[in-house]
Design a protein around this ligand. Structure first.
Ligand SMILES: [Zn+2]
Length: 425
């Protein structure tokens, strides 16, 4: 039986273009793939088909969150200060509790359930340093049906209160997790190599991560240039390198499958290294303000052609809503323009939406599978209640309404591979 959704659709095309398709029908086959998208008036509906009328809704591709921290979920809104003190006062003690499997399970369920509620169908996340809590995260994601790239946080420098793992144990942990969960039972789960940041990793660990990722063709995630005190820490811990980005470049971590969260304080030579490697800058504007880290110059990076994505960065980011992150990306681009005397430099809702959907899928090398509404792709969809009949028929206006009205609201329903995994249809 095919499922036909009759509704209004927003379909990202590129940085500058999004299509608005009012009163269209999207047909999903038994395998969860999109087999047609056409105006209602042109759609032939068989009596065996399941027609679902969603006239007061707008349907988007499932949202894709490129950076978050599962074990920090319960710390949303907790703690103050800047990055390094916030980590040691609040976050490391919380993440340490993930050695308790019951706690790890409860938190994993809460984290993925909320991500789905907000319309996120694919999420890239850190877990704690523990092998078992990371296994639990994979198993919970599988049970809930979300697509997830999950990595245990790799920390071998004892610069926190006991929160590290010796390199030899890390090696066996990541071998185990890769073999057990990476693309094993379905293609929805992937292992991502996750050195926390150069402040908590030895050079040996970073080299090992780079080789391991290369050998197994894996994505890598880490943090870069989030906070000024962090830059000072790098000079102290890794004095043999010219700059922060150079640490990752020289240890082999800068690849075209590497996500670099934050990237606020980078000089021209560092930007050139990132561009040459084709690594992805992961913009986390909510988090950047919460910890008073700074404002990433998004428009400058866009202009020089860096690959860019969006991440909620829970818990310094205080919401798992990617529409909230899109709103913050727009608002923050205005703040940057205001403080640098460059008004009119704000990004469009179309671009913010593209970063949250098709652009993110391209960064994950899965745009042939998800991220837009096209025949042959999987039906990963977020359905938001919104009356479009009184709105302007221009996609940018409808997107702006969606982002600014729905950023703190959950989706009516969320589908992954044509299955409703959250809410009701
Ligand atoms: Zn982060």
């Amino acid at each position: 039986m095919k499922t036909i959704l009759r509704s209004n659709f927003l379909n990202p095309v590129n940085h500058d273009v999004c299509d608005f398709l009012p009163d269209y029908c999207l047909t999903i086959d038994e395998q969860g793939k999109i087999v047609s998208i056409e105006p209602f008036a042109l759609t032939s509906i068989n009596e065996n088909d399941r027609l679902i009328e969603l006239n007061n809704c707008v349907i988007t591709p499932g949202l894709i969150d490129l950076h978050s921290h599962l074990p920090q979920y319960s710390a949303i809104g907790i703690g103050k200060g800047t990055l390094l003190s916030w980590l040691s006062n609040y976050i490391i003690p919380l993440e340490s509790k993930f050695s308790n499997e019951k706690f790890a399970h409860e938190q994993s369920v809460a984290f993925f359930t909320e991500a789905l509620l907000y319309g996120t169908t694919t999420i890239v996340t850190y877990c704690s340093i523990h092998r078992n809590s990371t296994s639990i995260a994979f198993e919970t994601a599988a049970a809930l049906g979300i697509r997830a790239f999950i990595g245990n946080s790799l920390i071998d420098l004892p610069n926190g209160p006991g929160y590290f793992i010796p390199l030899e144990t890390i090696k066996s942990d990541i071998e185990y997790l890769l073999k057990k969960y990476h693309l094993t039972n379905s293609d929805k789960l992937s292992y991502i190599v996750s050195p926390r940041y150069a402040g908590s990793c030895t050079k040996e660990l970073m080299n090992y991560c780079a080789n391991f990722a290369k050998m197994n063709d894996l994505f890598i995630q880490t943090h870069l240039a989030e906070n000024k005190s962090e830059l000072e820490l790098m000079k102290k811990l890794h004095p043999e390198f010219d700059n922060y980005t150079g640490i990752y470049a020289k240890t082999g971590l800068l690849t075209d499958k590497t996500f670099l969260a934050h990237c606020i304080y980078l000089d021209q030579s560092e930007l050139a290294m990132i561009q040459k490697a084709g690594s992805i800058v992961c913009h986390c504007p909510t988090s950047n303000r919460y910890l008073s880290s700074g404002i990433m110059p998004l428009v400058n990076y866009q202009k020089i052609g860096l690959r860019i994505g969006l991440g909620t960065d829970v818990a310094a980011g205080y919401s798992l809503s990617l529409l909230n992150e899109a709103k913050e990306a727009i608002e923050t681009s205005k703040s940057y323009g205001i403080s640098n005397d460059r008004n009119g430099n704000d990004i469009s809702a179309t671009y913010a939406f593209y970063l949250s959907t098709k652009g993110a899928a391209e960064n994950l090398k899965m745009s042939d599978k998800v991220g837009s509404i096209q025949i042959g792709l999987d039906a990963d969809l977020a359905i938001f209640e919104m009356d479009c009949s009184h709105e302007s028929p221009i996609a940018e206006d409808i997107l702006r309404t969606l982002i600014y009205k729905k950023f703190n609201q959950t989706a009516k329903a969320v589908m992954i591979e044509g299955e409703c995994v959250s809410g009701t249809l």
